[in-house]
Design a protein around this ligand. Sequence first.
Ligand code: NAD
Length: 418
Amino acid sequence: MTKKPQNLFEMAQAQLDEAASLLNLEPGVHAILREPIREFHVSIPVKMDDGRAEVFKGFRVQHNNARGPFKGGIRFHPDETIDVVKALATWMTWKCAVIDIPLGGGKGGVICNPLEMSEGELERLSRGYIDAIWEFIGPDRDIPAPDVFTNPQIMGWMMDEYSKFKGYCSFPGVITGKPLSIGGSVGRGDATARGGVYAVVEAAKHLKIDLNNSVVAIQGFGNAGSNAALLMRDLFNSKIIAVSDYRGGIHNEKGLDPHKVVQYLQKTGSVVDFPEADNISNSELLELDADILFPAAIETVITGENASRIKAKLIPELANGPTTPEADDILYQKGTFIIPDILCNAGGVTVSYFEWVQNSARYYWDEDEVHQRLNKHMTRSFQAVLTESLKRKVDMRVAAYVVAVARVAEAMKLRGWV
Ligand code: NAD
């Protein structure tokens, strides 16, 4: 790489550039893929509980829809920036392509701190966000979903607000990750973690790692992280030695019971000070002696500075963009096997796609069917990326990009865009 990326979007562009050069991508196709097709910046006025009006800044970015409608989550986060949302929208394009579902890439974000807002304020903000962007989304146009600090209830409010604009009482396919009783899919709740675990099973076969009793550390204990802990413990009796959240981490070398940690989190709002563990920092967690390290919180936590101290043999990236390109190089040299984010955490969008399919068919599958179909997508995609990685002698991230970019480029050509 010639220039060190200055922000997450430049990091996403640098990753594309590498795949483009391996694929000898036409310059016109490459240029289109380097930038989102469009981005919206919106101001959302919200009446706060104390009577004040506060104006929140929000974004929706539509990166590419050559393979199908834009698709991507909405994050509510105090540190949200347009560059982060642009990077995430770009990754959604690759994620949908690598997992081979007929959707494109989009992403949304609102700068706010949902942990300091009441339920009423959150509902008004969620509805206000849809008021600002409803003309540009829709079941065949752009389909949002939950992401960091947004959840099924928020999706329910957003779907309801959209339905009001359309004048129909129900528009379930406009948003996925909804509660079950208003068009959600069974299996969506833990889909990201479950898809990641299916990929871990394939990686373990390739690396000849025995998952039974494996030692696991997990950064982030939200939707992705807590479900990964529960699944690894319940399926493989893994020893979960550490988990964390935005306030810090907890560590017990003998293993934590993730079911108890979930209960504690529900009671106290954080995993910190869990009685059967010692508190540690989020950065200490990354360097623990574990077989498997799941980054499941935020971006750029594994960097050129700490990569050489990471001991895990396998890093399934449930979070988006947790590893910088500098860290990628160091870990590849060390022989650490990364299951890259666009593949590893694609289970969420895959079951979102199933939800969208079920919404349009008005027919709903049972949980076994969702799990089986998810497993098929994850296993097939993992094997396609692994084959590309072995063939080209590149790491799994570059291989995943090569697979994804080639598929999107083909769709653009067939549509006659270039
Ligand atoms: P979540 O809001 O449910 O949980 C996020 C977790 O990260 C929480 O434990 C939170 O406390 C923690 N966190 C937030 N800021 C932090 C910080 N600065 N340091 C350490 N921890 C911090 O979100 P989620 O849905 O579990 O998403 C986690 C990651 O997985 C994100 O990168 C997201 O983009 C990615 N992801 C999620 C899905 C999904 O379906 N939920 C799908 C694909 C990718």
